[in-house]
Design a protein around this ligand. Structure first.
Ligand SMILES: [Zn+2]
Length: 383
């Protein structure tokens, strides 16, 4: 029983991050865990974060969507959570997957403003509407998670359309995200401080170069939201492109190719770290697609696809569905992709820039809690 809950929390863990390129909405975790009416259960439950992620996934019609949780420090010792849940939140904090802060309400809006993301909250943020006019002016930027007929649903505060909407990053957000920042606090998991020197810490610091969250602005100075100290500017942030895997018209996963981090896509790429297509493929596609099939890398601003497969890949220039225009890439051949180009590993199995596909095309995304479909009710009854 407890083991099963851990599995669900592990699945939810894969859907939380503070990477500006991958996250799709900002949530105040301490608020979300107390939406008792979503399931009628315990006063606080981490499973409600999964329910809100599911609602976002359904409304974006996309699999695997991630959220940016801002966490009130008090949640780490909240007696309404189980000890297992508290342990998980602490682990997320230690791994830099969430921000833990003394005053999260301001930060939720700041992150949403800097990154142009929607906020999922029941608050109307009345005191902040002048500072952040999009709260009341832009449809889809403030959505309230509420119970619905088919599970929790997101309802817009402005207008009738409840599609979650992103906007351009604010000019300040764009500027902050061109640099790599360093926190003076040893072991800072958000802005790679000096660290404890362990291998895990080094890996974390390396990862954070192109995936750092936006700094907070304290009296205009870029600062660490967790440690409340000024950050130092340690250089230019590596360039990135955000890509999506689309299988039979459905966006299954987003991923980032950074200047310092090429990505291999295939049935089951060797050495971990790659994009694993296996679970989404038909038997025929699985036979055709190599374990490592195509490698994507960024050279300056050039996004390059290189075939590393046995059977070859195709490029659909500008996303053209005309087979006569499809270009074949044979093993080891490279090609610079232009906006709109789609790499096709097998008919219907595609990789392209995420911005090419405005809707995910998934009618019924898999629940993040699918590992244990009956868990939600049982978990809330028995504690
Ligand atoms: Zn810090």
């Amino acid at each position: 029983m407890r083991f099963e809950i851990s599995k669900v929390l592990d699945a939810i863990e894969s859907r939380v991050c503070v990477d500006p390129a991958l996250t799709r909405a900002v949530v105040d975790l301490a608020e979300v865990v107390r939406f008792v009416d979503l399931d009628g259960g315990r006063p606080a439950s981490m499973l409600r974060l999964g329910m809100v992620i599911d609602a976002l996934s359904r409304q974006l019609e996309e699999e695997g969507v991630r959220v940016y949780p801002v966490v009130h420090r008090a949640l780490l010792s909240d007696a309404d959570l189980t000890s297992n849940e508290r342990m998980v939140v602490r682990r997320w904090a230690d791994d830099g997957l969430v921000e833990v802060l003394p005053n999260p309400a301001d930060r939720v809006l700041e992150v949403a403003d800097l990154l142009g993301l929607p906020v999922l909250s029941r608050s109307r943020f009345e005191g902040s509407q002048q500072r952040y006019p999009w709260l009341t002016k832009q449809p889809g930027r403030l959505l309230a998670p509420v119970p619905g007929p088919g599970g929790p649903t997101l309802v817009a505060r402005v207008g009738k359309d409840s599609s979650p909407a992103s906007a351009e990053r604010s000019p300040v957000g764009v500027k902050l995200l061109t640099r790599v920042w360093r926190c003076s606090e040893p072991g800072c998991t958000l802005f790679g401080g000096e660290g404890g020197g362990s291998f895990a810490d080094l890996a974390r610091v390396e990862r954070s170069a192109s995936a750092q969250p936006p700094p907070t602005l304290r009296t205009g100075a870029p600062s660490c939201p967790r440690h409340d100290c000024r950050l130092s500017d340690v250089g230019t942030r590596p360039g990135i492109e955000v890509l999506s895997v689309r299988v039979d018209g459905m966006v299954r996963q987003r991923f980032v190719v950074a200047a310092d981090r090429p990505v291999v896509v295939g049935r089951a790429p060797e050495n971990g770290g790659g994009i694993i297509l296996g679970p989404w493929l038909t038997d025929e596609a699985r036979r055709w697609i190599s374990r490592s099939h195509v490698r994507l890398e960024l050279h300056g601003t050039d996004l390059i696809a290189q075939d590393v497969s046995t059977n070859g890949s195709g490029i659909r220039p500008g996303g053209s569905m005309d087979d006569a225009e499809r270009v074949t890439l044979v093993r080891q051949q490279k090609r610079v992709l232009t906006t709109g180009d789609i790499v096709e590993l097998y008919p219907g199995v595609q990789v392209g820039l995420s911005r090419n596909w405005s809707r995910g095309g998934v009618v019924n995304p898999t629940s993040v809690m699918a590992d244990a479909p009956t868990m939600t009710m049982r978990a809330v009854d028995r504690r």
